[in-house]
Design a protein around this ligand. Structure first.
Ligand SMILES: [Zn+2]
Length: 334
């Protein structure tokens, strides 16, 4: 799959940083060893010297063979002594070599003129990161989700409270994130604004990313306008956000229903959700709308089909953003 030029540039920069890190790490290891054994430093320099001398001998001509043989014996003796020192301090054999994140390509991104698999992964991750940035949200975690904002009085004469329901929702989302795999179910987060849907979906995203999954988190309006722009400007061939959202391990679409509805947006959203369903790839959708409102906004069959395939998670309570605003006002008035 093709990526935008910037994605390649950014991935190349990341590899360059990796290589720089490798060099610095080797230098640090050297210093640690030299501090413990000045002889090791001496031996490293002597080995380098014999290599230079060997190169000179090749060009000197006269008795080169004999000279080279002598140097080789010397060099082996130095290396052997160095090896013994490493062993004595409990360092591994490759302690004085550069350590790479990818041994196949030595962090150059290419093997035998072909792109290494690590570079492909890096490109994919970079493209996801860029797409995630179009929604100005930072990832949250489960630990900062406070149940204090949910009332423990019974809901509408029922047997349960908002806090009890949300305690279960929090536990469910946490478990979903920690158990997440390609086979996870798709979810529909539903409930009014300010009930924590965004917080919990960002926490799921963060956990899945930390566990190594390719996650794209976007708000419905942002991704739809991006896809529309790419399609109608002809840039879609080099920067294909639609393909990225179809391919990722977990797609989270926040705020479905807040986008400006056009024929294009309705068919694009349907295509994304439906294609991922067919490929059994998990998707999480969050919306403030009720089923009836969704059906009014999109088409009835589309909505029924989508709803039928998602596990519904209902968020209850009263708007946390409003509660926080009130708290600030009350505190400020004092
Ligand atoms: Zn590699």
């Amino acid at each position: 799959m093709g990526y935008a030029r910037d994605v390649y540039d950014e991935a190349e920069k990341k590899l360059e940083r990796r290589r720089m890190y490798n060099e610095q790490a080797l230098e640090k290891r050297r210093q640690i060893l030299y501090q413990r054994s000045p002889r090791a430093e001496e031996l490293v320099h002597l080995t380098a010297k014999t290599s230079i001398a060997a190169a000179r001998a090749v060009f000197s001509g006269a008795d080169a063979k004999n000279e080279l043989e002598k140097l080789k014996v010397k060099n082996l003796a130095y290396q052997d002594e160095l090896h013994q020192i490493l062993l004595k301090f409990g360092f591994p054999d490759n302690y004085l070599e550069e350590w790479h994140k990818c041994d196949q390509c030595g962090d150059t991104g290419y093997v035998g003129g072909k792109m290494c698999s690590c570079m492909r992964t890096l490109l994919r991750e970079t493209a996801y990161e860029r797409l995630n940035k179009i929604s100005p949200l930072s990832l949250s975690d489960f630990d900062s989700f406070s149940l204090d904002y949910y009332s423990d009085s019974l809901l509408n004469g029922g047997k349960t409270s908002a806090r009890a329901v949300m305690t279960k929702v929090l536990a469910f989302c946490r478990k979903y994130a920690y158990d997440f795999s390609e086979n996870s179910r798709s979810l529909l987060f539903q409930g009014g604004p300010g009930l924590g849907k965004t917080h919990l979906s960002l926490s799921v995203a963060k956990t899945a990313i930390d566990r190594g999954y390719g996650v794209i988190y976007v708000s419905a309006p942002a991704i739809l306008s991006k896809i529309e722009n790419e399609r109608f400007s002809g840039r879609g061939r080099e920067e294909n956000s639609e393909q990225l959202v179809l391919d990722c391990d977990l797609l989270i679409i926040d705020d479905l229903g807040t986008e400006f509805t056009t024929k294009f947006s309705v068919s694009a959203i349907y295509n994304i959700i439906n294609s991922r369903m067919i490929m059994s790839k998990p998707t999480i959708i969050s919306t403030n709308l009720t089923i009836a409102e969704l059906q009014e906004k999109y088409n009835f069959r589309t909505v029924s089909r989508i709803i039928g395939m998602l596990d519904r998670v209902e968020f209850v309570g009263s708007d946390i953003r409003q509660q926080k605003r009130r708290e600030r006002k009350t505190n400020g008035g004092k």
